[in-house]
Write a protein that binds this ligand. Structure first.
Ligand code: SAM
Length: 226
């Protein structure tokens, strides 16, 4: 499968069955046990990033790009904490949902836009991209990280599913049980590769964390300009 196919498939998925599935997971209504586990894991990832940024005590007015923002799970609390958040996502449906959620909360920002992260431009203090790289293969991820890095004045925060022996095995076993949830491919990434890409773009890793529940795995790296 080539790269263009990957992106079209991801976009179509998050505008259809993926939208329904993830909107529920990223919500607070009733979900099945697996989805609940993923919801809790994802919330831990969001909370980790929020706690890092709040600990720096400089969030007020800080410009943040949330690339692949989904339904605004991170963008909305960041805006509420005073950051100036520019959030975007390749899926119109996710962005529509994010806009509705922000109305419910009543925050003045973030701004939400439908945009593929590779076409993003501008310059932001911090660029964040959570749980998006899982949808793209290694070579594509390198391109995406480099582009996001070029938009970041000071810092980039990424999360991805790490390519470890245990996870590779789980993925292999999982592929014997195709289900509705596996409509897109999941790509694992080697941490050493991600770090190398960050370093070759002038960043060095400062903080890191691993969220691990039964069905959700996310390695989070914060890297700042050297
Ligand atoms: N970052 C959000 C969060 O953690 O709550 C959403 C994570 S969700 C698993 C992945 C999101 O990435 C989806 O909303 C999807 O539409 C978006 N996405 C996938 N590929 C993208 C791309 N090339 N550019 C922008 N967004 C993309």
């Amino acid at each position: 499968m080539n790269v263009a196919d990957d992106k079209t498939i991801v976009k179509d998925y998050f505008n259809s069955t993926g939208f329904d599935r993830w909107r529920r997971i990223y919500g607070d209504g009733e979900v099945n046990k697996v989805q609940l586990d993923i919801r809790n894991g994802h919330q831990q990832t969001v909370d980790t990033v929020l706690s890092w940024l709040k600990a720096d005590s400089n969030l007020a007015g800080l410009s943040i790009c949330d690339a692949g923002c989904g339904v605004g799970s991170l963008s909305i609390p960041l805006a509420e904490a005073g950051a100036k958040v520019y959030a975007s996502d390749i899926s119109e449906k996710m962005v529509e949902e994010a806009k509705q959620r922000v109305q419910t909360v009543g925050a003045e920002n973030p701004t939400f836009a439908v945009q593929d992260l590779e076409n993003l431009s501008g310059s932001y203090h911090t660029v964040i991209c959570l749980d998006v790289l899982i949808h793209y293969p290694q070579d594509k991820a390198a391109e995406m990280i480099s582009h996001l890095g070029s938009l970041a004045q000071s810092r980039i925060i990424l999360s991805f599913a790490p390519k470890t022996f245990a996870l590779s095995l789980l993925k292999k076993i999982g592929s014997f049980f195709p289900g509705a949830s596996k409509t897109t491919r999941a790509y694992l990434h080697r941490e050493a590769d991600v770090v190398k890409i960050l370093e070759s773009n002038g960043f060095s890793v400062q903080r890191q964390n691993m969220t691990k529940t039964r069905f959700y795995f996310s390695r989070i790296l914060e890297a700042t300009r050297k």
